[in-house]
Structure formats: structure tokens, C-alpha cells
Design a protein around this ligand. Structure first.
Ligand SMILES: C[S@@+](CC[C@H](N)C(=O)[O-])C[C@H]1O[C@@H](n2cnc3c(N)ncnc32)[C@H](O)[C@@H]1O
Length: 274
């Protein structure tokens, strides 16, 4: 089978998200109405680790439908910008911000062009979350562009899915994937993570799962100074039937299983003040 778009994974991914933006915005997974009604979608530990954003200029890279961007604006940011390359996602993001009566400046474009599009040295906080990095072909270049967005004294806050959770079978603890496999994976399946049965037409998409150290080193090599690195076992969504919900609202492995594994990690990294 020929795959004409295979040479351009970014284009594959853009088409994939463009087709799914409405599916996502209307899904129980994203619970958009709760954010419109006032829910702050950032987790309490994120709010603590980011620190007070009051009066700060904040940008969320790969903001998708903008739920965290709306939340950051509500937390008192001076300005909030959301950047994404999916035009349909931003169309929904703009509607959501309007319904939430919150001001967010949305910028359409590739992460790798974000400083050019949204401003060099223009932000006190760059926020990146979830599985964002898995969609990006080049981590070193990502680190460089993030550093160039941040003004002296500002910071990167990354709260990401932990790659080990893709390597361990959460039912048995068996290793099911080589943790050090950095190769591109092209998936070709209908639906999406919000609804595997949804009917969709553009189904190929490209992802990369890399060891955490690749991300940490990309940040270090960018010149940013890492102030904290934290791994957490709690995950946002129930992935296996045995998991239970902790008092913090996150899902943990049943203690009878005998092990927890990290499902997310967060990094705070600063740019030196001038
Ligand atoms: C899973 S979402 C990221 C987490 C997000 N906060 C959410 O709502 O789930 C991935 C987003 O990254 C965007 N994206 C992927 N590659 C990109 C790129 N190279 N430049 C800009 N946006 C990109 C997609 O359009 C999508 O909105």
C-alpha cells in the first residue's frame, strides 16, 4: 500500500486532529461544559508547581481546544495565549473561551514556528501538558523554541504522560514495549482516544514515545535550568479495571497488584534572569 503522506508526519497529524476537534470538544472525555461553567482544568499540583500566574504572560503550546488555556486565564494571567496547528481545534477553542467569558489569544501554527508567530522572549510561563510531546518529531528543536519564547526570569512548566506507562502492562506488570524505542510509529485506526468506535476517514497519524531522559536533556541543552522533576503514579483517567480513585481524584493501581508505576512527570525549568 502506498502512503503518500508518510513522508510528512506533521501533515498526517494535523489532518488527524482537524478531523477530531469537534468529536473531542463534544466528548465526555474533555467535559468542555464543566470548564465553561468555571472548572479549573489544571490539577492542584500543577497550580502549585507553576506558581502564581497573576499578572504573568502565559502561553500554552499545543493547546488543542483550549481548556487549560481558559483555566490559566481564570487563574489571573495578564495575558493567555494558546498555540496549535489544528485550525478546527482553535475554532472550538475560540468558541469555548467566548462561552467561558475569558480572553485567550489563539495563534494558529506549528510549535516549531511558535516564537516567530507568538513572540520571542515574550512569556513568563510556557505551559505544555498531557501527551503533547508524543506528536513532535524533534525534541531538541522543541527545547530550543521553548527557551526562545521565555523571557529572562520566566519558566517552562511541563506536565507530561510518562513513557513507562506505555511499556508496562498495567494489569500484570509485564514489559510490553521497549522503553528505549524512539522510532516513529504510524497508527492507522479509526476513532480516537475519546471514542475508539467513532467513524473517521483520516486515520493515519504519527507518534514518538521517547525515554524521559531525552526530554530532560533537550531542556538542559536549551539552556533552561531545571528546578524540579517529579514522577507521579496517579493518572487522570481509569486505564485498567482494577484501578481505584484516590482522594486527589487521580487513578492508582490496586495495592493488591503489588506495584505502582509513574504515569505522569512534571518539570519546572527556569530561564536565568538578566
Ligand atoms: C493531545 S493534544 C495536547 C494536550 C492538550 N492539552 C489536550 O487537550 O489534550 C495534542 C495537540 O497538539 C497539537 N499538535 C500536534 N503537533 C503539533 C505541532 N507540530 N504544532 C502545533 N500543534 C501541534 C494537535 O493539534 C493537538 O491539538
Amino acid at each position: 500500500m502506498s502512503m503518500p503522506e508518510f513522508d510528512n508526519p506533521t501533515e498526517l497529524n494535523k489532518l488527524w486532529f482537524d478531523e477530531r476537534a469537534n468529536l473531542h470538544a463534544d466528548s465526555d472525555f474533555y467535559r468542555v461544559q464543566d470548564v465553561i461553567d468555571g472548572e479549573i482544568r489544571l490539577k492542584p499540583y500543577e497550580i502549585e508547581e507553576i506558581g502564581d500566574v497573576t499578572g504573568k504572560d502565559v502561553i500554552q503550546l499545543q493547546c488543542h481546544i483550549g481548556l487549560e488555556a481558559v483555566s490559566l486565564a481564570r487563574l489571573g494571567a495578564n495575558s493567555t495565549t494558546g498555540l496549535d496547528f489544528s485550525a478546527s481545534s482553535l475554532e472550538r477553542a475560540r468558541q469555548i473561551a467566548k462561552m467561558a467569558e475569558v480572553e485567550v489569544n489563539y495563534v494558529w501554527g506549528d510549535v516549531y514556528d511558535s516564537a516567530e508567530l507568538a513572540g520571542y522572549n515574550a512569556y513568563d510561563v510556557v505551559y505544555v501538558n498531557g501527551n503533547s510531546l508524543a506528536w513532535l518529531p524533534d525534541l531538541e528543536k522543541w527545547g530550543e523554541v521553548v527557551e526562545s519564547l521565555i523571557r529572562p526570569g520566566g519558566k517552562l512548566y511541563l506536565n507530561a504522560f510518562h513513557p513507562i506507562s506505555f511499556s508496562i502492562d498495567g494489569e500484570t506488570g509485564a514489559v510490553v514495549r521497549d522503553y528505549f524505542d524512539r522510532d516513529i510509529t504510524i497508527w492507522d485506526e479509526p476513532g480516537s482516544y475519546v471514542d475508539e468506535d467513532a467513524e473517521t476517514t483520516h486515520n493515519q497519524h504519527a507518534v514518538w514515545v521517547r525515554p524521559v531522559s531525552d526530554v530532560v536533556n533537550a531542556i538542559i541543552r536549551s539552556g533552561l535550568i531545571i528546578a524540579s522533576f517529579t514522577e507521579r503514579p496517579g493518572q487522570e483517567f481509569q486505564q485498567y479495571p482494577h484501578q481505584y480513585r484516590g482522594p486527589d481524584g487521580l487513578w492508582y493501581n490496586n495495592p493488591e497488584l503489588g506495584f505502582q508505576h509513574p504515569s505522569t512527570y512534571s518539570v519546572v525549568a527556569h530561564k536565568k534572569p538578566e
